[in-house]
Design a protein around this ligand. Structure first.
Ligand code: CDP
Length: 215
């Protein structure tokens, strides 16, 4: 698989990577994979079936059935779904099942934009452009708090900040495909940026990466 036309956008929760990934998708006419949604769906569907998030085999079974599941369910966007996602994401069995699905998406003719934690390191290490999007925990908590309360969830900013710190530690500390910038990823800190500024900076990073590619 040649990843020349693939753009990977990795980073921690509420860093702005989802907005950046969808903006790049629109700009270049590429399909966008929100890989976090896959883990969110596994966590939520496992809990709905009465399974425990620590049960790796049960979580992998749910992941195997995911191709047939509609991912546009609001239940996958909640605070609880983010937490459940990060708990099932530690299981290598789950990651292995989702690997093929994500690589198939990346291999579409014309390329794709991949949003997640391990897109540039594990899913598509030969991507033509890699971004690692960050922002301070306080800024990320504020963004996520606005999003969740806008969705009607009742939660305090301090709780959201605690969630974010816990999830960062779990995602970067796990043994299987930990969250980390690929060695060839360009870091983009969006703490002080508006959405438009971040989108513009991301576009410039992609263009520089593509210009630097050997034909
Ligand atoms: O939107 P947010 O950044 O909060 O989370 P997400 O991208 O929807 O991902 C939810 C959780 O899924 C993360 O905290 C990770 O534990 C896990 N995840 C992962 O392990 N690998 C990915 N490629 C994407 C998400």
């Amino acid at each position: 698989m040649s990843g020349d036309q693939v753009i990977t956008v990795d980073g921690p929760a509420a860093s702005g990577k989802g907005t950046i990934a969808s903006g790049l998708g629109r700009l270049y006419g590429l399909p966008v994979l929100d890989s976090g949604l896959l883990y969110r769906a596994v966590g939520v569907l496992l809990q709905r079936a009465g399974g425990g998030l620590a049960d790796a085999a049960a979580a992998a079974a749910v992941a195997r059935g995911l191709r047939a599941v509609a991912l546009d369910d609001e239940a996958f966007r909640t605070r609880g779904a983010g937490e459940a996602a990060s708990q099932v994401a530690v299981h290598p069995e789950v990651r292995q099942v989702l690997l093929a699905l994500q690589r198939d998406f990346a291999a579409q003719p014309g390329g794709a934009v991949l949003d997640g934690r391990d897109m540039g390191t594990v899913i598509c290490p030969d991507a033509g452009a890699k971004l690692y999007v960050t922002a301070s925990p306080e800024v990320r908590a504020e963004r996520r708090w606005r999003q969740l309360t806008g969705q009607g969830e009742s939660v305090g900013l301090d709780e959201v900040l605690a969630d974010i710190r816990r999830r960062d530690a779990r995602d970067s500390g796990r043994a299987a495909a930990p969250m980390a910038p690929a060695p060839d990823a360009v870091l983009l800190d969006t703490s002080e940026m508006t959405i438009d500024q971040a989108a513009d900076a991301a576009r410039r990073i992609v263009e520089a990466a593509r210009a630097g590619q050997t034909p």
